[in-house]
Write a protein that binds this ligand. Structure first.
Ligand code: ADP
Ligand code: MG
Length: 302
């Protein structure tokens, strides 16, 4: 057996980290598994753990890292309550509570971050579609592009479907977001800017996700088309501005992902700030898994 030695002054020989997932992905996503070996190289044993498995002793871990607990969307209060019960969670429970409903976009907009303009439709509100234009309807608590649809309101059929989509989400007691569809996503895609330990790590391009009206499909997420991408200076600037505006600051964050789509004038607009359970696309950037392992090890080997 090869003896693994931590490269830098570990004081704990038995450091253990949980990588949090959901019951449908008990062994994690392949991309998240990429951090396990680099962690072992640094003297940290990492293993998957399902967030709502009552058998898990969360206090037994030196750090509990959120990764793919994506089934929380229909049970957000229970998830946030669980997060507060975990002694050492990354990202922290206060961040999880703030970041799992997209109403945080309002705070970022007020701080001067360019955010996609959003109409918020509450469960009891009456709503009629705007006269024309392309719009997105989506829930404020969501993941994986589920329950999200694109409507061309010049099309009478789409007007009916958009209203039905809003009504369906309202009937499920969900806060609804209606946004102009940023058409640049069809050509430029969406850019996810990834930060590890507060420092820029890498970026990816995600292809457009919305072909048309929502089909209410079940699952954890819709399939994505991902490629590596160099972020532009303007994208890095907006990403930095978004992170600088979060309550509590960036110091507590193990990871962060800032999702941007070009607005009507071509400059980046914030679609989502993912501080809870973002895919980190570690396989898309040389050294990303090692950078994440370094950031985790720095927190547990002290
Ligand atoms: N205003 C918008 N314009 C264009 N595409 C959008 C818009 N809002 C969402 N989308 C598309 O829908 C996907 C999912 O929306 P998002 O807000 O990121 O929610 P989720 O939390 O489900 O990832 C995005 O990746 C993007 O492709
Ligand atoms: Mg998204």
């Amino acid at each position: 057996m090869i003896e693994r030695k931590p490269p830098f002054g570990a004081t704990r020989a038995d450091a253990r980290v949980a990588l949090v997932t959901c019951g449908e992905l008990p062994d994690l996503e392949p991309d998240d598994r990429l951090v396990i070996e680099p962690l072992a190289d640094r003297g940290v044993r990492a293993e998957p753990a399902v967030w709502d498995d009552p058998r898990v002793d969360w206090a037994g871990y030196d750090l509990v890292v959120l990764r793919s607990p994506w089934d929380y969307v229909s049970r957000r209060p229970a998830f946030v309550e669980w997060a507060h019960r975990v002694p050492r969670l990354a990202n922290p429970a206060t961040v999880v509570a703030w970041n799992t409903e997209k109403t945080y976009l309002e705070l970022l907009a007020a701080a001067g971050v360019p955010v996609v303009p959003t109409e918020w439709v509450h469960p009891g509100d009456s709503w009629g579609p705007p006269a024309t234009g392309a719009y997105v309807v989506k829930p404020a608590i969501s993941a994986g592009s589920l329950d999200t649809g694109r409507y061309d309101l010049a099309d009478p059929g789409h007007r009916v479907l958009a209203a039905a989509h809003v009504a369906r989400l309202q009937a499920a007691d969900r806060l609804v977001m209606v946004q102009p569809y940023l058409t640049a996503v069809d050509s430029d895609g969406e850019t996810a800017v990834l930060f590890i330990g507060g420092t820029f790590s890498h970026a990816i391009r995600k292809g457009p996700m919305l072909a048309g009206p929502d089909t209410a499909e079940a699952g954890l997420y819709r399939p994505e088309q991902i490629t590596a991408r160099e972020p532009s200076p303007a994208q890095l600037e907006v990403a930095g501005k978004a992170l600088a505006a979060i309550p509590g600051g960036v110091d507590s964050l193990l990871y962060a992902r800032v999702d941007l789509i070009p607005g009507p004038d071509g400059s980046p607009m914030l679609v989502e700030l993912e501080l809870t359970e973002p895919s980190l696309f570690l396989s898309r950037s040389a050294g990303a898994a090692e950078r994440l392992a370094d950031a985790i090890a720095a927190r547990v080997l002290t």
